[in-house]
Design a protein around this ligand. Structure first.
Ligand code: AMP
Ligand code: GLY
Length: 423
């Protein structure tokens, strides 16, 4: 088969790497990809949001199956566009992706289907939002969220009324995230452990991936600003078998079933960002795609053929049994450019990659990298994902942190405490 993977992050390199193992694969393309995917696939210089050009490329090249990494093309309707041209593609339609694309839709959907989530109100104007935060309905801290996609930065935790008013002004008047701030969700602050619960679904059945959690804060000990994710581990020790079943029964099946019932059949990956609260698991947000960096440790533990699984979901005949996972633990540490998640420089040469490639127990998934004049240079905020497996997490993390010592680029930094509270 000819397969196209859309995206350029560590998640897409990990997906491409695993798909590459499949006996079903003949040719692999990645759009736009990075310096890592370039070593295992043909990179195609097309932006993931350019869905018309991507579908033209897929038609011309006779791509048999396309796998979409990031949310933006999904919420823009890439699946609808490909399907209208008779092209096979893995991911939810535009209508189904609204579960991630609109927080207002997601919250009202959860309310309709009694899916546990933080108590909330919707505000359609800054005046209404200010009325709600001063009404006393929610005690402080409370959370204000932009309605639409905001690159993981649209949720503001406010510890008093002053911060809440500033947050409302930022989202709704200054429009920090553009149209996303036309409406906001105001919600109760939840406490507990945060975990990512990710399933592949064919619209009815589900294949839960092994448990995982990411580390969202930029600095050690969960300090600093939120990022896309500075590291991830699998399994997550906080999801007991009982919690696992509770999440499936109270959150995942009601969501998949509710979307089907509302004419938004969801085929693809459903990612529930959850808080394990003292009252049980509650949804913080849904994503309509694989996690990044959660995918990296998850694919390292997958022993079955990923391409076959994704195809079975597409064909609505999901391989939910017989999928094999390794009992090992896996970890991932993200090496980022100095300044990330704010401003950072790119184009810095990366050294040490070959030395690490020679070691057998570490895998590097590239993110913001590219080839320039024959060498690999930085090309984004999150640059490299250094990953490994071990018979326990401590072994995996030791492999990773030893390998990182060999790698360098100007301004490189990373969290030194991934998995630390567990090992
Ligand atoms: P979201 O974009 O909704 O996932 O929010 C981004 C991050 O903000 C989450 O990963 C949580 O760490 C935090 N967060 C969001 N909503 C809440 C909430 N209701 N209570 C506590 N923390 C939250
Ligand atoms: N790691 C967070 C996400 O994929 O949304």
């Amino acid at each position: 088969m000819k397969v196209l993977v859309i995206g350029s992050g560590g998640r897409e390199h990990a997906l491409a790497w695993k798909i590459k193992e499949s006996p079903l694969l003949k040719e692999l393309y990645c759009a736009p990809g990075n310096a890592g995917t370039e070593q295992i696939a043909t990179n195609v210089n097309l932006d993931p949001t350019n869905i018309i050009e991507l579908s033209r490329f897929a038609s011309e090249k006779e791509i048999d199956f396309t796998v979409v990494g990031p949310e933006l093309p999904l919420t823009l309707g890439i699946v609808d566009e490909f399907e209208s041209k008779g092209l096979k593609i893995f991911g939810p339609t535009r209508k189904a992706s609204e579960i991630e694309g609109s927080k207002v839709f997601a919250k009202e959907f959860m309310k309709r289907h009694k899916i546990p989530t933080a108590d909330f109100e919707i505000a359609n104007s800054p005046e209404e939002a200010k009325r709600i935060v001063s009404s006393g309905k929610f005690s402080f801290p409370l959370v204000i969220k932009a309605d639409g996609l905001a690159g993981g930065k649209g949720a503001i935790v406010c510890k008093d009324i002053k911060e809440a008013v500033n947050g409302i002004n930022l989202l709704m008047i200054e429009k920090k995230f553009g149209k996303s701030g036309e409406r906001v969700v105001i919600e109760e602050f939840l406490t507990g452990r945060e975990v990512s619960f990710i399933v592949i679904t064919d619209g009815r059945r589900i294949l839960p991936l092994v448990t995982t959690m990411d580390y969202k804060k930029a600095y050690d000990n969960d300090k600093g600003p939120n990022t896309g994710g500075m590291g991830a581990i699998s399994p997550s020790p906080f999801v007991s078998p009982q919690t696992f079943q509770e999440i499936i029964d109270k959150i995942i099946f009601p969501t998949i079933g509710g979307l089907l019932e509302e004419g938004r059949k969801f085929k693809g990956v459903l990612y529930a960002g959850l808080m394990l609260t003292p009252d049980g698991p509650k949804v913080l947000e849904f994503n309509c795609r694989f996690g990044d960096p959660e995918t990296q440790p998850q694919v390292l533990r997958l022993e079955s053929d990923l391409l076959e699984i994704l195809l079975s979901a597409y064909e609505e005949n999901l391989l939910d049994k017989d999928v094999k996972w390794s009992e090992k633990s896996a970890g991932c540490v993200v090496l980022v450019s100095g300044g990330y998640p704010e401003k950072y420089e790119t184009g810095k040469p990366i050294t040490g990659l070959e030395e690490v490639q020679d070691s057998e127990n570490v895998v590097i998934f590239h993110a913001g990298t590219k080839f320039a004049d024959g060498q690999i240079v930085t090309n984004g905020g999150r640059v490299l994902n250094v990953c490994s497996t071990g018979s326990n997490l401590s072994e995996a993390m030791k492999n990773i942190y030893e390998a990182i010592l060999l790698i360098n680029f100007e301004g490189m930094y990373y969290r030194k405490d991934i998995g630390k509270e567990i090992v």
